[in-house]
Write a protein that binds this ligand. Sequence first.
Ligand SMILES: NC(=O)c1ccc[n+]([C@@H]2O[C@H](COP(=O)([O-])OP(=O)(O)OC[C@H]3O[C@@H](n4cnc5c(N)ncnc54)[C@H](OP(=O)(O)O)[C@@H]3O)[C@@H](O)[C@H]2O)c1
Length: 335
Amino acid sequence: MKNTQVTLDKRPDGKPKASDFAVVTSDVPTLNPGEALIENLYVSLDAGFRNWMDEGSGDNVLPAMPLGKPVMGLILGKIIESKNPAYNEGALIMARLAWEQFSILTADDWHVVLEDDGEHPLSYHLGVLGDTGMSAYFGLNDIGKPQPGETVLVSASGGAVGSIAGQIAKLKGARTIGFAGNDDKCRRLETELGYDVGVNYQDENVADRLAEVAPNGIDVYFDNVGGPLLEVVLDQINEGARIPFCGAVATYGDQAATPGPSNLFQIVSKWATLQGFMTHTKLDRYPEAREQLSAWLKSGDIRAIEHMYEGVENCGVAFADLFAGQNFGKTVVKV
Ligand SMILES: NC(=O)c1ccc[n+]([C@@H]2O[C@H](COP(=O)([O-])OP(=O)(O)OC[C@H]3O[C@@H](n4cnc5c(N)ncnc54)[C@H](OP(=O)(O)O)[C@@H]3O)[C@@H](O)[C@H]2O)c1
């Protein structure tokens, strides 16, 4: 059997481009004892993986990705052959493997065996019922804690995490404002995701526009992007504001050290909380989150929007599109 793979051909200079990746064909490797062969069905495109594409970028979370090797990413796949009694053939897994048709799973690879009840499309396990949906759930419930009538602002609000965070905040009775990079996405925030207002952070004077649409200030800022927007928002937070700091996509490609917001003292003077979190370390809480998110989907209280590509060879294109803000909803490639 042949394996189509997408490798890291060049280290991206800032935002990734499709030409940073190469499509290659190799033989499907044979299994060693303890391993399983996975047929990948869907690949999840996650902005955070940009962090490990630079030379020397390895840290205590993940190693730097080597050049010429399949790009590391989250997949949803099926075990089609196993030389490990813990892995049953036919089982579905979500795992940190690679942009390729077939992968080898070892015990060291981060993975979750999925109990699929057939109630939702399989790919949802990479989005609303996976890492990004749960990031929205944990970030809002554990850190943001929106109260009825409060104002919740979300950055990258039409993306995988933001699209769910905004809807959960709305369910909690908050007023929701979303940042997005163009007018069409802002319109979709309001018509498809229930945001009260979409703010185009590329075209508008963000400070003026925020003062206009959130005259009583920001109580919760669910931040997916960091960078200059965080500084603008800090000036408009209320006393006791909570900032779940989910990610910093605005700075992932930075070659120089990213400067911090010049007005960080706002956290002190406003008795505010800015707290980070890493969803994949909370595996014990996945069932609770999945159960709630699934119930909301079934009741129609939230909806999942997917930005789907076909063909594993398009992973590089899809990843570049993510950083160009071309996506709306969760970006997934159907292998
Ligand atoms: N903490 C965790 O455990 C965890 C887990 C999953 C994801 N995350 C993080 O959550 C964030 C969102 O991830 P996602 O998968 O949901 O991505 P996404 O929102 O689906 O896609 C990224 C979006 O970011 C926006 N963006 C790109 N460059 C930007 C910039 N310079 N300034 C402002 N916005 C920019 C773009 O939309 P617009 O420009 O149109 O707004 C783009 O569509 C990422 O930072 C990711 O690393 C964290």
